[in-house]
Design a protein. Structure first.
Length: 512
C-alpha cells in the first residue's frame, strides 16, 4: 500500500512541495520560486507556465525520497482570487491576474450599482471589490474582448495545475467562494450575481468539495512529474482554507494567523460571520459543512521584504559575510528599538488594502520620523504596522467570538520578536507550530488523505501538529500598544483623502 501523501502549496513567491507519510511525518519539502510582475501601481500578474514548471521540478526532487509508485494521493493548496483564463484546449490566454491586483475598480463600482452591497455580502460572505475573480472577469470583458470571447473557463492557481495533472477543469468550494460569485448558503454559483456582472456563467468551472477526487494523474503528467499514472488527485483548496486544516482549525473556533508575503487571521464556524461594516470575509472551509471567516493584510511579509531590498544593503552584506540570514540582523536591530519604534508608525498598504479598509488606493507610509530615527526604528515600525493592522481585524472578530489563543504559521512567524508583538497587540496566547511554512501543505495532504480514503476524517490532523513555542502577552507592553493602536488607525483615516488625490495624480501621469 502506498505510504506517502504529496502536497503542493502554490504561493505568491513560489511553490512549496511537501511529502508526508500517512502517519503524519514530514519527509521532505522543496520550494521552486517564480517571478511576479508588479506594474501600473497596483497591478500584479504571473505566468501559469511558471507554476507548472515549479510543480514538475519540485515533484521530481521530492520523489527521490520515495519514488512515484509510493504516493497514495496528491492535493494542492494555492493562492486564491486569481483569474487564469483558458480556452477549450486548456491553453492559457494571458498572464494570470493575481489576488492582490486592483485594476478592476471601475468594474467593482459598476457591480455595486446593480446589486445592493449588503445584499451582495449576505450572499457571498464578501464585499464587492476589485480583488475578486468576478470583477477581474468583468475587466477582461471590457479591456480584452478577444481574450474574453476565447475564454472557456476561469481557473484559480491550483485549479490550473489540477487540470494539467488530470485533464479536468474544476474548482473546490473554498476557491469558488473567492470568486465573489458563489452563494455560501447553497454552495452553488449565484445566478443573480453572474447576471448583474454581465458575464457568461459557463466560464465558471464545476465546483466540488475539497475532498472530491478530481481525477488521476494522466500519462502526460506522469512523464512531466515522475508521478505514477492513475494516482488520485483531490480537488484541494485555497491556501487560507487549507491552512485552517493545517493548524487544526477543523471545528469552532480554532483561531489562527498566517503571516507570510500576505497575512490573514481566521477561524472556523458553522455559520457565516456577518460584520455590519463588511470589513471581513467568509469562505467555504475545506471541511465539508463548515465556514472560514478571515480578515487579511495584503502586504505583510512583502512589506518587510521590500524594506530589506530597499534599505538593508548593510545587513545583506554583513549577513553574507557572516553566513547568516539577513532577516536575523534586521530583527536584532528592531529589538533594540522600544515598543512604538520611538514614535515611528508604518502603514503597510503597499498594494492597497483589503481588511479592514478595502481601499485599493491606500499606500505605504512612514510617519513620525525625525533626525534621530534609526534603522532599527524603521524595522520595528514595519513589523508593528503589519501587526497593528492585523490587531484591528482581531478586534472586529473578538466583538462576537471569544479568542483566547492563536496558532501562528508562515515564514514571518519564525521571529520571536514578531510573535511577542502579536501576543501583546492581540492580548492572547500565541502558539507557534513546529511546521510553519509546511502547515498549508499539510492541510492539503490531509485533504488528499481524506479524499482518497486513507483517513477516515479530518481528526487525523492532530497527529501532524506540534506546538513548538508559546508567547503570552506582557501587561506593560499591552498597555502601551493600546495607546498606540488608535493613533495608527487615525493615521490611516487622516490620509484617505491624500490617497485619493495621489491615485488621481498617478492616473494623470499614466495618460501623459
Amino acid at each position: 500500500m502506498p505510504n506517502y501523501l504529496l502536497a503542493h502549496d502554490l504561493g505568491t513567491s513560489g511553490n512549496k512541495a511537501t511529502l508526508f507519510t500517512v502517519d503524519g511525518q514530514l519527509v521532505a519539502s522543496r520550494t521552486s520560486p517564480y517571478p511576479t510582475k508588479y506594474f501600473n501601481g497596483n497591478w500584479a500578474e504571473q505566468d501559469p507556465a511558471q507554476w507548472w514548471k515549479a510543480v514538475c521540478q519540485s515533484t521530481k526532487e521530492l520523489l527521490k525520497s520515495c519514488g512515484g509508485k509510493d504516493i497514495a494521493a496528491v492535493a494542492l493548496s494555492g493562492q486564491m482570487m486569481g483569474l487564469t483564463a483558458v480556452d477549450r484546449n486548456g491553453k492559457v490566454l494571458r498572464p494570470s491576474i493575481l489576488y492582490c491586483d486592483q485594476r478592476s475598480e471601475k468594474q467593482a463600482a459598476r457591480l455595486a450599482e446593480r446589486i445592493e452591497p449588503k445584499r451582495f455580502y449576505a450572499i457571498t460572505g464578501h464585499r464587492i471589490s476589485s480583488v475578486y475573480v468576478i470583477e477581474k472577469l468583468m475587466w477582461l470583458k471590457d479591456h480584452e474582448p478577444g481574450n474574453y470571447r476565447k475564454t472557456h473557463r476561469t481557473l484559480c492557481a491550483k485549479d490550473y495545475i489540477n487540470y494539467r495533472l488530470t485533464g479536468r477543469m474544476a474548482t473546490d468550494y473554498s476557491d469558488a467562494s473567492g470568486t465573489n460569485a458563489f452563494d455560501l448558503k447553497t454552495f452553488t454559483w449565484s445566478e443573480k450575481i453572474v447576471k448583474a456582472a454581465g458575464i457568461d456563467g459557463e466560464m465558471l468551472p464545476e465546483a466540488l468539495p475539497s475532498t472530491a477526487i478530481v481525477g488521476t494523474i494522466t500519462a502526460e503528467a506522469a512523464r512531466a512529474t515522475g508521478l505514477k499514472a492513475g494516482t488520485p488527485v483531490a480537488a484541494g483548496g485555497g491556501d487560507g482554507s487549507c491552512a485552517a486544516v493545517g493548524v487544526g482549525s477543523i471545528r469552532p473556533v480554532g483561531a489562527y494567523n498566517y503571516i507570510g508575503s500576505s497575512s490573514w487571521f481566521g477561524f472556523t464556524t458553522e455559520k457565516m460571520f456577518v460584520d455590519e461594516k463588511m470589513r471581513t470575509m467568509t469562505w467555504a472551509h475545506c471541511v465539508p459543512g463548515l465556514l472560514h471567516p478571515t480578515g487579511s493584510t495584503q502586504t505583510a511579509g512583502a512589506s518587510y521584504r521590500w524594506l530589506r531590498n530597499t534599505l538593508c544593503r548593510h545587513e545583506i552584506a554583513e549577513a553574507k559575510r557572516r553566513n547568516v540570514d539577513e532577516y536575523e540582523l534586521m530583527n536584532a536591530a528592531a529589538a533594540q528599538s522600544p515598543v512604538g519604534a520611538n514614535g515611528v508608525l508604518f502603514l503597510p498598504y503597499m498594494l492597497g488594502e483589503r481588511s479592514p479598509h478595502w481601499n485599493p488606493n491606500a499606500r505605504g507610509v512612514f510617519a513620525g520620523m525625525n533626525l534621530g530615527t534609526t534603522h532599527g526604528d524603521l524595522y520595528r515600525a514595519v513589523m508593528e504596522g503589519i501587526t497593528m493592522n492585523l490587531a484591528t481585524i482581531v478586534e472586529i472578530f473578538r466583538a462576537k467570538v471569544p479568542i483566547q489563543s492563536v496558532r501562528v504559521i508562515g515564514g514571518c512567524a519564525r521571529s520571536r520578536l514578531w510573535r511577542q508583538m502579536m501576543a501583546d497587540l492581540y492580548g492572547c496566547r500565541i502558539e507557534k507550530l513546529k511546521m510553519l511554512e509546511e502547515a498549508t501543505s499539510m492541510g492539503a495532504a490531509v485533504i488528499a488523505g481524506v479524499g482518497a480514503g486513507v483517513f477516515r476524517n479530518f481528526d487525523v490532523v492532530e497527529r501532524f501538529i506540534e506546538v513548538d513555542e508559546t508567547a503570552a502577552p506582557d501587561a506593560r507592553r499591552r498597555k502601551r500598544y493600546r495607546q498606540i493602536l488608535p493613533v495608527f488607525q487615525e493615521c490611516y483615516r487622516s490620509l484617505v483623502g491624500v490617497y485619493e488625490r495621489l491615485a488621481e495624480l498617478q492616473r494623470g501621469a499614466g495618460r501623459e
